[in-house]
Design a protein around this ligand. Structure first.
Ligand SMILES: [Cu+2]
Length: 149
């Protein structure tokens, strides 16, 4: 039942995407930084984004030694996953609504994490909160969760 409606939803998204090939979603840039505007070390900026389904997020290696990759089990069902290499600029287009948490692998333990809210569906919040991540990453994630709208 649930799977059937999800498949229908995915089908309609794919269909409208084909029809509206010219209407491209907005682009959002997230910098990977050794220090952010508030003086925090090893950060994504902005670390929280709310975007529309179909928008694209570009991770920019402004400072060296960082990457961006999804955190396992911290994305909506059917959501896009990604894993950038160190110093790699990558872009990801997110269609499935929900919450996507990501990390910088070398600085995960230092709390270098980010959160993207796609659309208004926050139903995977509890699953996200129940996923074990390092203490500093969990503290930072709690701050970002406060920004969910
Ligand atoms: Cu990093």
């Amino acid at each position: 039942m649930v799977q059937g409606s999800a498949a229908l939803l995915l089908g309609s998204v794919a269909f409208s995407g084909t029809v509206a090939a010219q209407s491209v979603g907005a682009e959002h840039r997230v910098q990977m930084l050794n220090k952010d505007g508030e003086g925090r070390r090893m950060q994504f900026e902005p670390a929280f984004l709310r975007i529309a389904p179909g928008d694209t997020v570009i991770f920019v290696p402004t400072d060296k030694g960082h990457n961006s990759e999804i955190i396992a089990d911290m994305l909506p069902a059917g959501g896009e996953t990604w894993k950038g290499k160190i110093n790699e600029e990558i872009s990801v287009t997110l269609i499935a609504e929900g919450l996507y948490a990501y990390k910088c692998l070398p600085h995960f333990g230092m709390g270098m994490v980010g959160l993207i809210q796609v659309g208004g569906d926050t139903s995977n919040l509890q699953a996200l909160q129940e996923t074990k991540i390092p203490p500093k990453a969990a503290d930072r994630m709690k701050e970002l969760i406060q920004q969910i709208g």
